[in-house]
Design a protein around this ligand. Sequence first.
Ligand code: GLN
Length: 250
Amino acid sequence: MCRHLAYLGPPIPLADLLFTPPHSLARQSWAPLDMRGGGTINADGFGVGWRQGSGFVRYRRDAPLWTDAGLPALAAATSSTAVLAAVRSATVGMPVTETAAAPFAEGRWLFSHNGKVAGWPDSVTALAAGLPVRDLITLDAPTDSALVWALVRARLRDGAAPDTALAGVVADVSAAAPGSRLNLLLTDGETIAATTAGHSLSYLSTAEGAVLVASEPLSPDPAWTAVPDLSLLVAAPPAVTVIALEGVLT
Ligand code: GLN
């Protein structure tokens, strides 16, 4: 299943997340260590979004991250205070297109889903029917993750806090589609919210006041902390809180 990460803190070169660490996102694309739930490598596209001014810049491709000849130089030359990046292992039956690669984005939001919606698509048609028709006919891609993003986005547009939006969508999708895997990751550039429901996640708070949240630790640093399954993480650097996801059965 996909691997994702988010960073908030002092400006960091994208390369220090994507390429330089011993277990960088690039390495996690071809040698992930904890693909519980299926999949072997994450070769079906990738994306990185980073804060630039008051908004985000996003770069996505429908090819393996390691095949992008221009990305290492771009990542070395670009620094940001807020980054969300992902490498994708497409769920069987879902298209491999650039628009299906995280991060999904709107305004100040960047989002990623690691997992799958069980019984897709029939299990969640009733849930989808609660969305505005406009959102459905302009879905980023015909994938479970794009629908999960539309569900999260609808809650954010209604003014929900990031953690509340994620917990609400995990509860709704788990109820409609038991057995779904719903590791969600969201940032607005100031906070990170994340859930664990079926996949691995760890975080690191650095001495410089940065916070990193990632599917797999980027280094052997023992300061990386594993997040238990069925948790809700909120990071407002340097603070990180992890609480149990209430009322969610997967
Ligand atoms: N189900 C999602 C997709 O196919 C995410 C897959 C994953 O986490 N590997 O895009």
